[in-house]
Design a protein around this ligand. Structure first.
Ligand code: ATP
Length: 221
């Protein structure tokens, strides 16, 4: 099944009397269980595309289907539930909560959904991610690479269908970035998640099943 299907998606901003297109007539299918890289220059529309996929933003034209459901036809409440349950987000700047320890950080999306964490599953993720010993550390006590691993663990905690990662290795050195990429790859291969990742790095993109390149809001290949 298609995880995501975009048809004729455009996003326009009114800039005075001019219209600025962040996305233009994008047609894109992301199949379930695949790892896709999104590349393009600064300002080409990568984040806008990811935000559309994550139901964080709505197109001004066109249709976005997630698992066959039309996001444009859903109420904000349903969209919020979908973001909480089906989509894991990973950002360049980790976005962990400083006042919570590692364990609580990864449980936040579960608490927000008023569910009980599946301890055994989360312990397993932490073990695979090499974080078991640091469960009670606070974000400020962790390295950048460790913080990004926590962010991926948090994204996986809800067992999402889709993981959206916006330059997840952007703040990391080469080796740590490769480790983080490896964990995203593992999430896809071993856990069957669909991953879409924005990256500026050709080498990282080469590890993906597919590379989508955007130029000036259009998909060029
Ligand atoms: N809220 C907004 N209002 C007006 N223009 C916007 C808004 N958000 C984005 N844009 C414009 O849309 C275009 C695409 O932005 P987007 O953030 O998607 O680019 P990007 O490829 O992710 O860039 P970067 O690599 O620098 O993060 C840019 O020209 C940007 O200035």
């Amino acid at each position: 099944m298609d995880c995501m299907k975009m048809t004729g998606v455009s996003k326009a901003y009114q800039n005075g009397s001019e219209k600025l297109y962040a996305l233009r007539d994008v047609n894109l299918v992301i199949e379930e269980g695949t790892f896709t890289a999104v590349m393009g220059r600064s300002g080409s529309g990568k984040t806008t595309l990811l935000n559309m996929m994550g139901a964080l933003d709505q197109p001004t034209q066109g249709q976005v289907l997630f698992l066959g459901k039309d996001l444009g036809a859903m109420q904000e409440k349903e969209l919020a539930a979908l973001r909480r349950r089906e989509i894991g987000f990973v950002f360049q700047k980790y976005q962990l909560l400083e006042e919570y320890d590692l364990w609580d950080n990864i449980c936040v999306p579960i608490y927000l959904d008023h569910r009980e964490p599946d301890r055994a599953y989360l312990e397993k993720i932490l073990q695979v991610f090499g974080l078991s010993e640091r469960k009670h550390a606070f974000p400020s006590q962790l390295s950048g690479g460790q913080q990004q691993r926590v962010a991926i663990a948090r994204a996986l905690a809800i067992r999402p269908v889709l993981i959206l990662a916006d330059e997840p290795t952007g703040n990391l050195d080469y080796k740590t970035g490769q480790e983080v990429l490896g964990l995203l790859r593992l999430s896809q291969r071993e856990l069957g998640r669909t991953v879409v990742m924005v990256t500026h790095d050709r080498e990282s993109a080469a590890l993906c099943d597919r590379v989508v390149t955007i130029e000036d809001g259009r998909i060029v290949c």
